[in-house]
Design a protein around this ligand. Structure first.
Ligand code: ADP
Length: 515
């Protein structure tokens, strides 16, 4: 049967020597060598093949090639080997097996690399395959791929951690409150946001010397806080703090009142303790609180003054009224009327202010004639200031303005009250109007205490009183409210004065009514 000699011991003749050499090469080859005849019957099977496939050569020689292949490839393989033996075309041979797979005697499969060649011996074609088990190489490739995949995944994770950190930093930097993450027994600042840097950094500190540790914490009464009581350390020790009122003292000595929230951060992966501390600047809140207290004190005082006068007058009339002359009674009653009107105006101003600030005041504008309104207000103020002279001089053709009559009346009342109370006895209060650019401007000029140029802007601020106002009642709200009233109706209010002692002029400008 086999045309190929397989006995390595026959070395007697030169031909035999050569054959023996070839046989020795064949048997000692590291790769498996399998030869089949045109019937695909195995005719050669070397030692390496025995090792690789797990068959004794006696078990395979003379048997079909099938047992060396996985069953699923058998048909295709037969077809290709047949065509290879017939044509010698290697390009298509075994292409069906890519990646090439062989089968051991125990049925296990393994990847191979095979080189096939066609030989003809005495006119008969044989196919020879040199087969190499590439399990180890495959494994190495797979291992290398795994390493690369691992590296790619690690890099991606690092990038995503960095991205998340950047995003967190951005979110925290945009928070209005200072945020600090402290770590370790030394309470070192591991992270802080922009608001925190702003809170603890002195404005005059150059960027180069800015350092987050350059601040100290004080109790709200200004006494120093010892290191262990610092919110950072307390939170690192596991304490949760809510609304702790403290003061941050910057390097330049400036102090910021803060409300502090702090909590420990528990994380399984962290090796040292961490804590988050939030610093809320409460300067504005404290100022607002202070303002409210001042306002209440001022209002109570302002309300009490006319009330005391009314009460005093009424008591006098009720206890000793009969003993007084009619003139005296009229005088007391006049005082009661004047003070009750003042009280009314004060309460009116407060109510309007509260509606304006609360956004509840909606001006109901309509075309109104300003002349009669001015005359009605001056007529009600005039009797209370008998020593003053009110002069109203309006052009006959003053057009109607678009305004809310009740609000304009309140505004005018404030301006005339001021003009009167800041005027000396015998002073003149002159009202004029001009029309220009679709607006009517009403000017109220007095000969009173006047206003210094540097104070002209300040008088419209709330609670602001300037110049020598001692002995003149007031709480600095009238002009603040008047500006809001003017602006709520699309108007403006301005003040001019040549200076202290030289009188002042207040001008309101309102839009001319359409049509
Ligand atoms: P008040 O009169 O109650 O103090 P206002 O808000 O009406 O408050 O006025 C604010 C300040 O502006 C006054 O305290 C005063 O200093 C100044 N002021 C207002 N009107 C006049 C005026 N006609 N002449 C001089 N100073 C005035």
């Amino acid at each position: 049967m086999p045309a190929l000699d397989r006995d390595p011991t026959r070395v007697s003749s030169p031909a035999h020597n050569e054959s023996a050499l070839l046989n020795a090469i064949f048997e000692s080859a590291m790769d498996a060598i399998v030869a089949v005849d045109s019937d695909q019957t195995i005719v050669r099977f070397n030692t390496a093949a025995e090792r690789m496939f797990g068959y004794e050569r006696g078990e395979v020689l003379g048997h079909p090639l099938d047992q060396l292949l996985p069953a699923r490839f058998l048909d295709a393989h037969r077809h290709h080997v047949r065509s290879f033996i017939a044509t010698g075309d290697t390009t298509r041979a075994m292409g069906h097996l890519r990646p090439l797979v062989a089968r051991r005697s125990d049925g296990t499969e393994f990847p191979i690399e095979a080189t096939i060649s066609q030989v003809k011996i005495q006119g008969r074609p044989f196919a020879t395959a040199i087969v190499r088990d590439i399990t180890a190489r495959r494994q190495a490739e797979t291992d290398r791929l795994k390493v690369i995949e691992g590296e790619v995944a690690a890099r991606a994770e690092a990038a995503s951690v960095a991205e998340q950190r950047d995003r967190l930093q951005e979110i925290l930097d945009n928070l209005p409150a200072g945020v600090v993450i402290a770590e370790g027994a030394g309470a070192t600042i591991a992270f802080s946001n922009a608001a925190f840097a702003q809170l603890v950094t002195s404005s005059d500190t150059s960027a180069a010397t800015r350092h987050h540790q350059d601040f100290t914490m004080l109790r709200s009464d200004g006494t120093p806080l010892d290191a262990n009581a610092s919110p950072l350390r307390r939170a690192l020790a596991g304490e949760r703090l809510q609304n702790l009122q403290l003061v941050v003292q910057r390097l330049d000595g400036s102090r910021i009142p803060v409300s502090i929230h702090a909590a420990p951060i528990y994380s399984a992966s962290a090796t040292k303790p961490h804590a988050i501390v939030i610093f809320q600047d409460v300067t504005l809140l404290q100022q607002a609180d202070q303002l409210k207290d001042d306002f209440l004190a001022l209002v109570s005082h302002e309300l009490r003054t006319p009330l005391t006068a009314i009460n005093g007058g009424a008591r006098l009339l009720s206890s000793r009224g009969r003993m007084l002359s009619p003139e005296e009674r009229v005088e007391i009653l006049n005082d009661v009327v004047i003070e009750s009107e003042r009280l009314d105006q004060l309460l009116g101003n407060l109510t309007t202010l509260s509606s304006l600030l609360g956004g509840r005041l909606e001006p109901a504008t309509e075309p109104i004639l300003i002349g009669p309104l001015i005359r009605s207000v001056t007529a009600s103020v005039d009797p209370r200031y008998p020593s003053l002279m009110f002069a109203v001089d309006l052009p006959a053709a003053t057009p109607p303005v678009e305004a809310d009559p009740a609000l304009v009346e309140q505004l005018l009342r404030n301006l005339y009250e001021n003009a009167a109370k800041y005027s000396p006895d015998g002073g003149r209060i002159a009202t004029q109007a001009t029309v220009a650019g679709g607006r009517v401007t009403i000017s109220i000029a007095d000969e009173g205490i006047g206003i210094a140029p540097q104070h002209l802007d300040q008088i419209f601020e709330r609670f602001r009183r300037v110049g020598d106002t001692s002995g003149i009642r007031g709480m600095g709200l009238g002009l603040y409210l008047s500006r809001m009233l003017a602006e709520a109706q699309g108007g403006t209010i301005t003040a001019t004065s040549p200076g202290p002692g030289l009188g002042s002029t207040f001008s309101i400008s309102l839009p001319v009514a359409r049509g």
